[in-house]
Design a protein around this ligand. Sequence first.
Ligand code: G4P
Length: 538
Amino acid sequence: MTQPTTGVPTTGAPTTALVAEARRRRTFAVISHPDAGKSTLTEALLLHAHAITTAGATHGKAGRRGTVSDWMAMEQARGISVTSAAIQFEYRDSVINLVDTPGHADFSEDTYRVLSAVDAAVMLVDASKGLEVQTMKLFDVCRQRNLPVITVINKWDRPGLDALALMDEIRTRTGLLPTPLTWPVGIAGDFRGVIDRSTEEFIRFTRTAGGATAADSDRVPFDVAAAEEGEAWVTATEESELLGEEDQDHDEARFLANQTTPVLFAAAVLNFGVQHILDTLVDFAPAAEARVDAAGGHRPVASPFSGFVFKVQSGMNASHRDYVAFVRVCSGQFRRGMIVTHAATGRPFATKYAQHLFGREREVADEAWPGDIVGLVNASALRVGDSIFESEPVEFPPLPMFAPEHFRAVRSADSSKHKQFRRGIDQLDHEGVIQVLRSDLRGDQAPVLGAVGPMQFEVVEERMTHDFGAAIRSEALPYQIARRTNRESAEILGHDRQVEVLMRSDGTLLALFSTPWRLRNTVRDHPELMLEDLTAGA
Ligand code: G4P
C-alpha cells in the first residue's frame, strides 16, 4: 500500500478547474431485467473505450444460472460484478464512470442505491421481450429519482418485436416519450443496420468474428443505402419520418426534464450500436452537477469536497479482510490523505487509503472530481447513506430503503458465539446487505432479517459463516408484507396475534402481515391505524 501523502492542502483546486473536471464527467449505470445483456454491454462499452482489448477478458459465464454460491464465485471470477463498484475510462474528451449494478433481481435494493449515485441510466431492453417486470420497476425508480434514461433495444440481430410496437409500449407503459436516435432498417432478425436520424446516414450492420473486437461503424450515404436495401430502406425511412411528425425527435431539454428517453438499437454481443451509446452519453447525458442536499438546498460542484457512501463492501481482498466504503464525489476535489468530516458523527475521518477500482484491480486514487467514485478502504465508521465533507457541512438525503418481502428469524448456531453473531449481523446491516429488525419480545440475540429477494439470506449465511465465524440458524417467518407504522398504531396492532411489529435499525417501525387479505382486514377493522406503503425513497 502506498504511504499516505503528507502536507495535503486543506483547500482544493480552483473553481474553474473543478467546474471543468465536473463537466467532463458522465456517471451512469447500465440497468435491465436479467438476461437482457447487461454484462455483455458492459464489456462491449469497455472494449470500445479501449479500456480492455479483447471481449471476454472480464466476463466469464460459467455457473450463471447456478446456485447462489456459484453465483458469488462467478461474480468474483468475472471481475466486473457486485464485487467491484465502478469503472472509469476516458472516451473522447470525457471521463466516464460506469457504476456497476448486480445482475440478479434479488439484489435490486443495491441497484436502487446505485441509481442514487449516478447522473443517468442506460436501460437495456431485450428486443424479443419488450418491457419486463424488472424493466418496469427500474423505469419507475429512475422516474422517482429524476434520472434521465437512455433506452437501448438490444439483441436486434435476433427475431424480436416490431420496432414501432416497442416504441408504443415504452410510451404507454413508462410515460416517457421515446425519441429514437437511430432507426432499424430490416426487422429484428433480418437486421441490415440503422438510420442515424441526426446525420441522416445509414450505419451498416456488419458481423465481427465472434464479436471479439470492436467493430468500426460502416457509414453509408442515404442514396447508396436506398439503392442497396430496397424495400427495407423505404419502410425504415417512412417510419423514421412518421416519428418526426409525432414529435419523437430528440430534444435535450425534454430529455433532461425526464419527459423523453432517447432510443438506440443495438446488438451488444456483436458490438453493434455500442459506440453510439458512448457518444450519446458524452453528447446528451448530464455532467456532474449541483446536488440536492437533505435540507433541499443545492451543493454546487465547486464547493469544498463532499460526497456520500452508496455502497459498502467487506472481504473484497481475500488476503486480508478489508472494508471498503464507496463514495460518490458530489462537490470539490477529493485528495487522498485529506481529512474529511463524517456528517453523522461530526468526527474527522482520514482518507489515507483511497482507491479507484477496475474490476479486481485497484489503483490508488490520488484525486477525484465531482461524479467520480472512490473506494475508501478500512472506512468501517462509514455506513451506506452517510455523507462526508470538507470544511462546509452538508448532508445528502438518506438512501431509499425498500419494503422487505421475505423474513427470517435468525440466531447463532453456537451459543458461545454471541459476540461474533452480533458483530456480523450489525456489519451486514451497515453494508445494506439485509435489513435487521428487532423487538423486545424476540430479544437482541434473535433478530428478524428482512430481504427484498431471498438470495440475500444466502449471502448472509455465507458471510456469517466465513467472514464472522458465526454460523446461523434461521427460520422462515410467514410474513409477506411490511408497512411502516407508528407507536400508537403499534400498540393497537400488538393485540393482534397475526401481526408482528418490529423496529428496523434506522428506527422505522414495521408491521408485518402474512397476506394481503390479512392486511386488508386489519385496515378495515382499524381504519385509524397508520400503515404506510414503503416505496422507493422511503
Ligand atoms: P445480463 O447480464 O443482463 O443478465 O445478460 P448477459 O450479458 O449475460 O446476456 C444474456 C444472454 O444474452 C447471453 O447469452 C448473451 O450472449 C446474450 N446476448 C447479449 N447481447 C446480445 C445480442 O445483442 N444479441 C444476441 N443474440 N444475444 C445477446 P447466454 O446464452 O446466456 O450466454 P452465452 O451462451 O452467450 O455465453
